[in-house]
Ligand binder design. Structure first.
Ligand code: CTP
Ligand code: MG
Length: 233
């Protein structure tokens, strides 16, 4: 990683770490990404992976001002304010990065601490010849659609179903233009890629990694704690 001020005039790839959520599905007084595991806050695991990645030149962190002093990276970050929804947090990050004119933006959840520098370079490589790429896992269980949440409406064909992960890579200018185009309905989009596809961008499916899970509920937190305490990280 180079310091951002040394990069003027070069093509850069920007990491965008999303840390603007409140973690309401997990029982904790503080947002899950600021919980300490193995002597380190959860968000700092992902920041380290991005800083160690040769394909990343600058990093923007979407994080409320009160938490900024908790970030223990070695480079200077671009900061952006959290939005009401994840998509709005992304938009704020894109606006903060605009002055640096990145070629690609690589978006990652702070709540996914198992990400590696290899995951980041992998998704950048998968975006080649496309407008972006997103890592995904084939769905292995049978998948039901249930409209009322109680009975099966129908069974879906899982061969065509994939579960999305992060980090996700997008052509910065095209992805930003998608947000400008759909500015009045940003909150209707799910995941990072729906807005890109709606704008006509071609997004490749990259190979996801089961170990790169997101901490959503208490069981995920305990799974990550077991990995760290078992010495695998
Ligand atoms: N995120 C964000 N801004 C938001 C909402 C989410 O930056 N307004 C970030 C979260 O901090 C997290 C990532 O997006 O790193 C994935 O979101 P999720 O797992 O849903 O986290 P939370 O929204 O914090 O959790 P919950 O939905 O349980 O409240
Ligand atoms: Mg959420």
């Amino acid at each position: 990683m180079t310091k951002i001020k040394e990069l003027r005039g070069c093509k850069v790839n920007a990491g965008l770490i999303l840390s603007g959520g409140k973690g309401e599905r997990l029982a904790s007084d503080i947002p899950k990404q600021y919980i300490e595991i193995g002597g380190k806050l959860i968000i700092n695991y992902a920041l380290k992976a991005f800083e160690n990645c040769a394909g990343i030149d600058i990093i923007c962190v979407v994080v409320a001002a009160e938490y900024r002093s908790l970030l223990h990276g070695e480079c200077e970050y671009v900061f952006a304010e959290p939005g009401e929804t994840r998509q709005r947090s992304i938009w704020n990050g894109l606006e903060a990065l605009r002055a640096h004119a990145p070629e690609y933006v690589i978006i990652h959840d702070a709540a996914r601490p198992n990400v590696t520098a290899g995951d980041v370079t992998g998704v950048i490589g998968a975006a080649e010849n496309y407008d972006g790429a997103t890592p995904a896992l084939a769905v292995t269980d049978t998948v039901y659609l249930s409209v009322d949440g109680k009975t099966i409406t129908k069974t879906l064909h899982r061969d065509a179903l994939f579960a999305g992960q992060t980090p996700e890579c997008y052509d910065f200018e095209k992805y930003r233009a998608a947000h400008v185009r759909f500015a009045d309905r940003l909150d209707t989009f799910r995941g990072s890629s729906e807005i890109a596809v709606a704008a006509g961008m071609r997004i490749a499916l990259a190979k996801g990694r089961p170990g790169n899970f997101k901490i959503t509920a208490d069981t995920d937190l305990e799974r990550f704690r077991a990995i760290v305490e078992g010495g695998s990280i």
